[in-house]
Design a protein. Structure first.
Lengths: 286, 286
């Protein structure tokens, strides 16, 4: 179900993700205002017509008028913003976010908000290797997952509104996970894979390798182009779970190494068979 | 420079790679015969017209008539074939291969051949995640690397012929590496990446993960569907170099883990910056 067309939406932070949200919503006729830090982002968004209005100032009337506020900020800036301006949000407002980790953020934000303001967290699992509103593109939501992460503080109405937002944005699948399960999943599927890609790029620095690179290596390291400010922050906020996933993966890689060093062909083949079978499960969903 | 059009080519082993060679060469009017083990491969190749003729028998006259014999077999079957039938190859014949490791194979084969038969090794860096002549496709050579790995036993004429084969097949780049450099490169770019993909698939077996998989994880594990017979053999034949690459990579991953556990943000960011810079080099060649 889509958001009611008269829903007034305020997006705080017009970067790649905020800008992509704005595009998707404006295109469908929603009123979308945005508060963001960079004057150039405001200029770009207004010139491109991807928002109804935008400003670098904290417009109190925009905050008051909004039914739904989307925070598309780095986690620590999100927390700072709520500390500084959270009191401006009137009761009855629903707020949501796009943050890539949940356990460390959701409870903190929920406990900081004025009475009657409800934070329902969500993670749009979409992105690009480029940044800024200039690169925003609502096409990134097609085929992607949108995950709502409710806590016991959330109402069914807010959860439903947040799911509607995901559907309105055009995500292929909208689902729910606890913040805990979300962070476990993201530690393995996304954060560990970024650590691997980075370690691959730094582990062999022979320049001639570039000339012989095939598709496998390019696929594994596509995500090695990484925004170090954003990802180091997300890694730290999910430290315990990510360290556990690195350790589990390192254990398996070391198992393959041991079988190889011992020339234990049967065990090597067994790992490869399990891998092949398990990978086939993932193919079905493409 | 392409192979002279009157070059008589014999392909031993009509699998994915042998079949793809046959398609590319037959299409351009070369005479291509093939000896292979499976009657069904012969039937398929003849029905599809991808060879001039094919047989499951060791046709001595085909071996005698060939100017160039391409061995597209698993390494140990290649060695067995030469042991058993190598004496049938007359002096003046050039033989080549498609084997994915070189140091352990090239010297062994060269020392087994009759006088006057020259083995010039090559590695077509192309493939698919499927097998058999039924899936052969000469489109896999487009954009790919073909690497000739000469030793001091090779003549400039044989190297030139082998390079011509790569150009005739339609590879984007034909280059030369020593067997030693080739195996180092392949240990890192190809074998290590396959080990990583397998370890990723076996390190977390929660079934619900499938539902939230994004592109990063799919990219990193595309090659986790792996032919365990072929890859375990290639890994063992390059054991020392592959173990070294696994250790180097594990060291880098552990470095990231340590920075994360210590909350050493500056060092985490530094690794990410180096990774981003280095990955950009690889992009240019796409």
């Amino acid at each position: 179900m889509k958001l009611p067309i008269d829903t007034k939406i305020l997006i705080v932070g017009l970067g790649l993700m905020g800008g992509s949200y704005a595009r998707a919503l404006t295109k469908q006729g929603y009123e979308v205002r945005s508060i963001t830090r960079e004057p150039s982002s405001v200029d770009f968004a207004l010139a491109e017509g991807i928002v109804t209005d935008a400003s670098t100032e904290i417009r109190e009337n925009w905050i008051r008028d909004a039914d739904l506020i989307v925070f598309a900020l780095y986690p620590h800036i999100f927390v700072e913003w709520i500390e500084e301006h959270g009191h401006l949000i009137p009761p009855g407002t629903i707020i949501t976010d796009v943050t890539g980790v949940k356990c460390t953020v959701v409870g903190q934000i929920q406990s900081m908000l004025p009475d009657g303001v409800e934070f329902i967290a969500a993670h749009p699992m979409a992105g690009r290797e480029v940044y800024g509103v200039e690169n925003s593109d609502d096409g990134i939501f097609r085929g992607a997952n949108y995950i709502v992460t409710p806590t016991e503080r959330n109402t069914p109405e807010a959860v439903a509104l947040c799911r509607s937002l995901g559907e309105t944005l055009g995500f292929a699948r909208v689902s729910e996970l606890s913040p805990e399960k979300h962070d476990e999943m993201i530690a393995f599927l996304s954060q560990l894979t970024h650590c691997i890609a980075v370690a691959l790029m730094t582990s062999n620095t022979e320049p001639h390798l570039v000339d012989y690179t095939g598709d496998s290596f390019r696929d594994l390291t596509r995500i090695a182009r990484i925004n170090e400010d954003m990802w180091s922050e997300l890694f730290l906020l999910n430290k315990k779970k990510l360290v556990a996933e690195i350790d589990a993966f390192s254990g398996e890689l070391n198992r393959m190494r041991t079988y190889l060093a011992d020339e234990n062909v049967d065990k090597m083949k067994e790992m490869m068979r399990i891998s092949t079978e398990r990978r086939a499960l993932f193919n079905k969903k493409v």
